[in-house]
Design a protein around this ligand. Sequence first.
Ligand code: PMT
Length: 394
Amino acid sequence: MLTGRRILLGVSGGVAAFKAAYLARRLVERGAEVRAIMTRSAREFIGAQTLAAITGSPPSEDLFGADSVSPHTDLAGWSDLLVIAPATAATMARLANGLSDDLLSATALAFVGPVVVAPAMHTEMWEQPATQRNLALLKADGVHTVGPVSGALAGGDEGPGRMSEPEEIVDAIEIVLGGGALSGTRVLVSAGGTREPIDPVRYLGNRSSGKMGTAVAEEAAARGAEVTLVTTAELPVSDAVAVVVVETADEMADAVWNRTGEVDVAVLAAAVADFKPQDAAGSKLRRASGPPDVKLVPTPDILAGVASQDDRPFLVGFAAEAGPAEQAVGKAAAKGVDFLVANDVTLPDAGFGTDTNRVTIIRPTGDTDEWPVMSKRQVAARLWDLIQGERASS
Ligand code: PMT
């Protein structure tokens, strides 16, 4: 929650400016007091009246002609955090170079608290060395960035440069301001499907997209946890999540086992191969040589390895079932977890690649609790509510 927090929302001129209204609404809903600053170009994309109606006060627009003799220092002194969404390439350049030629950049320069920037621009502009240089400068100055993500852009284009959704920006703000329910909790999450090489170009793999595990990691970070995500899937995540990219079950086992001694909670949502080719061919297998004789050997059981650690963290495993989730009841007892989150991956709204999931919580005692279909982020939120409750009562 952001109750009592004073947040200054800078809006610069891009199509994503309409999302600033949603962002202002989300911030107000979470208890923040919000004031807005619009740049001259932002006025071409969103009406001042819209922001005034949501925040309860008219947005500030100019350095000169305002009631105050020093609007930029007044606004800077008033706020606990400055968020700029959308941040155009021009606004990022002003901030990175300390320019103060409009109200927003002058206020940013006068402000000494945390700054969160949500860039939004076309892919070509985002990828320009100049923009990337400015981004690096901003990060070096301690500015927090959220996104951009890949997706639909103005003019029918598609690619990296789309502003993150308002909910993600609010999550980032909550993390920066601290004090979440998981503040001080160290968390490790695994995500994605491992790939076991057959030769330099082919692998044994599975259909996991990494969305479920990434949602679990993002939700934990939004609640203030210190999160490490060990993943095979490089999905966009907030800066607050430390990402370790791996490919094979062996690499994932090393990355997880090396860290689980230092975390309070581990949630293993990755789809790990149970078998791998014994010897990956050193060069590409040729069709002309006929079907290869690929001998499979077991991979390490990562979850069981964590479960057997002396001082193991609170441990949650996932279970992918091709049929009713209750099939995993035996697994919950065998795996030595606090509980399993089982999903039937044959359902259209659950499992691999979907944005939703339908899970059943299975305890080692055999007790089950079936949850309705929800977005993966909502599953993650309910999962963390459950973990927090269980840890608090143990
Ligand atoms: O990534 P998405 O596209 O969003 O899809 C989400 C998901 C379907 C991958 C996820 O919800 C899920 O079910 N993850 C677990 C997949 C899985 O490997 O299930 P399993 O029943 O085979 O394994 C049970 C548990 O043992 C899992 O926690 C797994 O990480 C772990 N395991 C399995 C094999 C192995 N060698 N080591 C392990 O640690």
